[in-house]
Design a protein around this ligand. Sequence first.
Ligand code: GAL
Length: 506
Amino acid sequence: MIGLTVLVLLIPSTYCKEYVFPDNFKFGVATAAYQVEGAWNTSGKGENIWDYMTHTNPSSILDRSNGDIACDTYNKIKADVQLLKNLGVDFYRFSISWSRILPSGKTDYINPDGIRYYNELIDELLANDIKPLVTMHHFDQPQPLEQEGGFLNLKLADYFEDYADVLYKNFGDRVKDWTTFNEPTLVCFLGYSGEFLAPMITRKDGGYLCGRTLLIGHAKAYHLYNKRYKNDQGGRVGIVHDIFWFEPRTNKIGDIKAAEAAKEFNFGWFAKPIFTQEGDYPQIMKESIARSSKLEGLSKSRLPQLTQEEIELIKGSADFLGVNHYTTFYCSPIEDDTIERGLFYLPDMDANCIVDDKAESSATPWLKVIPSGFRKSLNWIKEQYNNPEVIILENGFSDAGNLLNDCPRVNYYNRYLTEMLKAIYEDDCNVSGYAAWSFMDNFEWRSGYTQKFGLYSVDFNDPSRPRTPKMSAFVFKNIIRERKINWSYTPDGFTKCEWPKSKDEL
Ligand code: GAL
């Protein structure tokens, strides 16, 4: 009888997958400066690459919009922090606008209003028991630095270190969790070898030159903190990598290899140099870039080698790993020309990765709802990088923004968080926190305001930019409060969602 009781008590947690978030697990929501702040030229802020691109080339943005006003969070510190408090989050992930602090990108002039603005935000958060988790660069380097070649120029690693110094000095007494760069793979490939992000430079070696600058800039900022600030301030410094999951399209060896290559080009590129004992770029990248450079008749590889000194500088330069995860792609080798070029493609990567057309869609063409890829990504990180502490710093779902009763978003969060819980409890993945992307609808880069990721809806036609909580805001709040996924929770005033599958099948 006792045996039976024990069995019955054990069943719900595994069979029904009703895991409870660990006591010390932290919840947050995330935004990025250019996407929400507005006040693009207020009180001494300098121009950044997104200001420049949206103003000089408005048609680069799907709805010809820009972040001049965005959500106007610059003018709404107190009200927004109350919304955060109401959600019950432990931390708020936001980024600092480099140009608001250093208008020229360099330390010749520190803009007092930039210091004031972030001081007020940080103080208001702490007064409400919310910890700031700060990203130093989220896609928006100062435009004047672009005149010097932007991240193609290794000198920017030094400017970044100087900028980090200003941040630690001014805010480090209160900010304890820092991340240097957000999604270096996308910054570099989509910004300097592709046309998807500012500054839209298309140089075949651009991504790799940029990558070296970011790795070295990151490492310098990390070591600076350790040397000069860590003792007194007691904080820590990490980096934020984007990880998509890549499945082989079939179980053919070529497809399996293609998926492996994609993982290394997407994630290994920046994770291996920092999070492994041997450091340096993944072997597969070194080999395939050298091969294609040779085929093009180049005398050396387009991937600039890291010197031994640089390898040592970069190795181990992070106290935790920030991870952004959204979706899964399906890969086959590039030479299989029966398949159209997919949405995830990096030059030199011998893989063509496409979305699953049959999977549930969002308003973002590349974002399909495939929760199992989240758990697999976390396991891959655990295995490849010796189970580092991971904080999920972005995960979320877009729609066209006309839905307050946003069941598809609730479905996404419930399912992805369930997979994350399985990774924690069944696979021992070391995940300590989770931030939803995003706190509120905002400027979604080249897609402007056509794709909405927020828990709060923002009316961009109203000059006062009112915020309205969607159903997902209440559900997220309830997850934090109950510390578990509750599929049957319907907040007051909202219509119950019809789930496509029964809970046990999910
Ligand atoms: C990430 C990016 C965010 C946000 C999100 C949704 O790559 O860091 O700023 O835009 O994608 O597309």
